[in-house]
Design a protein around this ligand. Structure first.
Ligand SMILES: Nc1ncnc2c1ncn2[C@@H]1O[C@H](COP(=O)(O)OP(=O)(O)OP(=O)(O)O)[C@@H](O)[C@H]1O
Ligand SMILES: CC(=O)N[C@H]1[C@@H]2OC[C@@H](O2)[C@@H](O)[C@@H]1O[C@H](C)C(=O)O
Length: 405
């Protein structure tokens, strides 16, 4: 028997596993690295986060990704560039893992698995594209080859988690429902887990012991992506730190209305999207329609913050009625933005807001932890079954296995 397969079988039977979860999101700020000790599996899973860091991307890394990201700046990409980026990113992520392990004074042999999301470069749910040769097909592409990670680190690696979800009828995202359900369900509280990344999404968690098939996750629209793009283009800054500029601006009602006219906001849940839709073109078109091309940066940012919050509120209202009254736990970079937090509270006045810190999960680490949990299930658990695969949460195990040798 292949020695690595033997090790994998042993790992599956251990009471706990040490798994590094990796996530590189749509904001392109860096690689989130979460070293997790996961005890048990399934609903009995218990998480200990041993270390977490975000290894920042430098301008060169961002430039190489942006050349193809969401179809590239011109809508034309080089197939050669795309092909080269796949092993290059895998090697980069592997080297970042090795650097983290050195910092944490751990040897690769002390880690059982790496769970690597990779970098989404294109997300194509069926509702989001028009193509002469394809209709009705969901597709998504993550780069950063898992074999590179496995061979360079010497650690068995699971990667490319989203393809199984698609094969089983989903859109490949959001996968948050699985990890949130296993780690954060409560017997006493109905919860909304709201992640405010480049794209915003939430997971609805009914109380444990109630109808699990009601649990689902959905994207709600832009989170930070349009805010970041605006601040980058107009101020040369990566983001609007602490929402300072947005808080000084005024919402432009007409522009907001034009932005909210996009059919995505009225479409039924669950649904997914990405910067392919919520990119510069979407914003420019709405500005042209409303004659707001010269709107000041502060007012534009205030309007975009309002858009993100309105997207979340509309999705919540579709499921829970006009006045949802839920416990909302925020994560992702937008949890650090007071302008966004204030707008959310205004839109959902009956909800109680906190961050996932209150549940013992570091808000910045939550998505990287998710992939460690998915790898733990793939190796030691069963396909995560939430109800009968309704709500586009198919009962599957996810992640392709790469052996180091
Ligand atoms: N102090 C802060 N003030 C305002 N915004 C912040 C702050 N810290 C982080 N952010 C926002 O959070 C973003 C990073 O968020 P995060 O790392 O959750 O995104 P991501 O994981 O790349 O996205 P996704 O979940 O869509 O893949 C930054 O680009 C910025 O917009
Ligand atoms: C295709 C893709 O990479 N989607 C990401 C993205 O970032 C946020 C949102 O859009 C979410 O749907 C998803 O990531 C998280 C981790 C998820 O699948 O739950």
């Amino acid at each position: 028997m292949n020695a690595h397969l033997h090790r994998l079988c042993q790992l599956a039977q251990q009471p706990s596993r040490r798994i590094i979860g990796l996530m590189s999101g749509t904001s392109l700020d860096g690689l989130d690295v979460a070293l997790c000790r996961l005890h048990g599996h399934g609903p009995a899973t218990r998480l200990e986060l041993e270390h977490f860091t975000t290894v920042p991307y430098d301008d060169d890394v961002r430039r190489r990704i942006r050349a193809v990201f969401a179809g590239g700046p011109t809508g034309q990409i080089s197939l050669e560039h795309l092909t080269l980026l796949n092993p290059w990113l895998g090697a980069l992520h592997a080297d970042m893992v090795l650097a983290c392990l050195r910092d944490w004074q751990l040897a690769p042999t002390e880690v059982d698995l790496v769970a690597s999301h990779g970098q989404t470069v294109y997300h194509a749910p069926a509702h989001q594209y028009q193509h002469p040769d394809f209709t009705g097909l969901n597709a998504t592409l993550q780069l950063g080859d898992g074999d590179q990670v496995a061979v360079r680190t010497g650690i068995i690696t699971l990667s490319d988690f989203r393809q199984k979800h698609i094969a089983a009828g989903g859109e490949g995202a959001p996968l948050a429902a699985y990890g949130d359900y296993l780690l954060l369900s409560s017997p006493t509280e109905e919860r909304l887990l709201l992640n405010l990344g480049g794209i915003a999404n939430f997971t609805y968690l009914p109380r444990t012991g109630h109808d699990a098939s009601a649990a689902f996750s959905t994207d709600t629209g832009p989170g930070n992506t349009l805010l970041d793009a605006t601040v980058r283009a107009r101020c040369g800054l990566p983001y609007d730190e602490n929402g300072r500029l947005a808080l000084a601006g005024r919402i432009h009602a007409l522009l907001l209305q034009a932005l909210l006219e996009h059919p995505f906001f009225g479409a039924s849940l669950p649904k997914t999207t990405g910067p392919e839709l919520f990119g510069p073109e979407y914003l420019q078109q709405a500005q042209q329609r409303t004659g707001t091309e010269n709107l000041g940066t502060e007012d534009l940012l205030a309007t975009l913050v309002e858009l993100s919050a309105a997207g979340v509120a509309r999705a919540a209202q579709q499921v829970f009625g006009e006045q949802p009254a839920l416990a909302v736990y925020c994560s992702g970079g937008g949890a650090h933005n007071p302008a966004l937090q204030a707008a959310l509270q205004r839109h959902l006045p009956h909800c109680r807001f906190a961050t996932t810190d209150a549940l013992g999960v570091l808000p910045d680490a939550k998505e990287a932890i998710l992939f460690a949990v998915l790898a733990n299930e793939a190796v030691a658990g069963q396909p995560v079954s939430i109800g009968a695969g309704r709500q586009r949460v198919p009962a599957v195990s996810m992640g392709k296995i790469s052996l180091p040798g």
